[in-house]
Design a protein around this ligand. Structure first.
Ligand SMILES: Cc1ncc(COP(=O)(O)O)c(C=O)c1O
Length: 393
């Protein structure tokens, strides 16, 4: 009866069960996996949203497969402010980044036949997004060498075969916070050109680089076939509005053909609502305030994690974060990261993600991933029990 495109793991895992049991007993949970900004104290004021979403014109349905021009111009302005030239013509609006992945996989792959390469460690949803399109996935590792995460050219090449159609890149990456520098971009660009592949570059965390060190978008690429994915979820901290976008970059002839075909996909769905498109300009223009507030939270929480790691009796290493919302803590070899997380959740009510959740390779050792979006008080309260739990493991 049901499709086998997913493995449909319907049972809760040990960690989810431990948290559910604690919540069922009415006991508190300090959630250091919180990734929903609207639950972490960063909700926009209702009045501001009501004004932005209450445009005259909401009553009229006037669809454009790429999305309303005024909204695409607002997205183009967003890139212009970051020194990147993108034409509104090259922008397709979607309901979310996730939907953008789905459209691009429909554009590029034949279900059941083709495959895509997915970075590891990275955003866990990528494998579901590919599997839901019935596309095979193969990981390519990111390696932490000489203090930064890198794409390994040989391992990337080894993962490519005749059925591969695209390479997913998350830049800045979730959860490692790593960006693609020119060396990594060259590796990816060369592989894409050599094997006729498209690069799908997820830049949702573009605006969360370190102060004074902004991350550079890849949306101006002219050499390799490339799509950039982003959206309001992180750019304006408004996941509930459901507005994402795809920028089609790459060589001009290829770009024209890709856009003509993508227009068919977009025209079939026409999925973005009118109010958010009409409000996009105002929302994007006002989003910096909330991003700044998040940046302050990230910095304060990261400082707390750094202090803890420095003072810890367990030789912890806080890996460098170039951007993004997560802290990655390397644990001493031999610690069972999953057992530690389950113990912490059940006994102390502290919820953290073990590294395997993001596909850290076992040979890279055990890790914990902490969301720096957590409230500062929660973060400070949660760190001593983690230190204590490490004594037991
Ligand atoms: C790397 C990455 N891409 C995309 C998303 C989700 O974006 P959207 O809500 O636009 O689908 C997230 C959310 O956490 C993410 O971490």
């Amino acid at each position: 009866m049901f499709s086998s495109r997913l493995q449909w793991q319907l049972e809760d895992n040990r960690l989810t069960r431990a948290v559910a049991a604690r919540r069922a007993a009415g006991m508190p949970v300090l959630d250091l996996t919180e990734a929903n900004p609207t639950r972490a104290g960063f909700a926009w004021e209702d009045a501001v949203l009501a004004r932005a979403l209450g445009s005259a014109g909401n009553g009229i349905y006037d669809p454009d497969p790429r999305g309303k021009l005024s909204a695409r111009e607002a997205v183009a302005a967003y890139y212009r402010e970051r020194g990147v030239t993108v034409s509104p013509e090259e922008i397709f609006l979607t309901a979310s980044t996730s939907e953008g992945y789905g459209w691009l996989l429909k554009l590029l792959t034949d279900p059941g036949i083709n495959g895509v390469l997915v970075p590891a460690p990275s955003y866990p949803l990528l494998q579901f997004l590919a599997q839901l399109e019935n596309v095979n996935i193969r990981p390519y590792p990111l390696r932490f060498v000489e203090g930064r995460w890198r794409v390994d050219a040989a391992e990337l090449a080894a993962a490519i075969d005749a059925r591969t159609k695209a390479i997913f890149c998350v830049a800045p990456n979730n959860p490692t916070g790593s960006v693609l520098d020119e060396r990594d971009r060259t590796v990816l660009r060369d592989a894409a050109q050599k094997h006729g592949l498209a690069l799908l570059v997820d830049e949702v965390f573009l605006d969360y680089g370190r102060e004074g060190n902004p991350v550079v978008s890849w949306a101006e690429e002219k050499t390799a076939p490339l799509f950039v994915l982003s959206g309001l979820s992180k750019v304006a901290v408004l996941p509930q509005l459901k507005l994402g976008w795809i920028v089609v970059a790459g060589p001009e002839d290829w770009r024209k053909e890709a856009m003509a075909r993508l227009e068919f996909v977009a025209d079939t769905y026409l999925s973005v609502g009118t109010p958010v498109q009409l409000g996009a300009e105002e929302i994007l223009a006002a989003a910096e305030k909330v991003r700044t507030a998040i940046g302050q939270r990230l910095a304060a929480n990261e400082a707390a994690v750094r202090d803890w790691c420095a003072a810890s009796a367990h030789g912890l290493e806080l890996l460098p974060r170039e951007a993004g919302w997560y802290a990655v803590v390397r644990l001493p070899r031999g610690v069972d990261e999953e057992a530690l997380a389950v113990d912490l959740a059940g006994r102390d009510g502290v919820l953290v993600h073990p590294g395997y959740f993001f596909d850290f390779a076992p040979e890279q050792g055990p890790h914990l991933v902490l969301s720096l979006l957590a409230r500062e008080e929660e973060m400070r309260t949660a760190l001593p029990p983690i230190e204590e739990a490490l004594r037991r493991h």
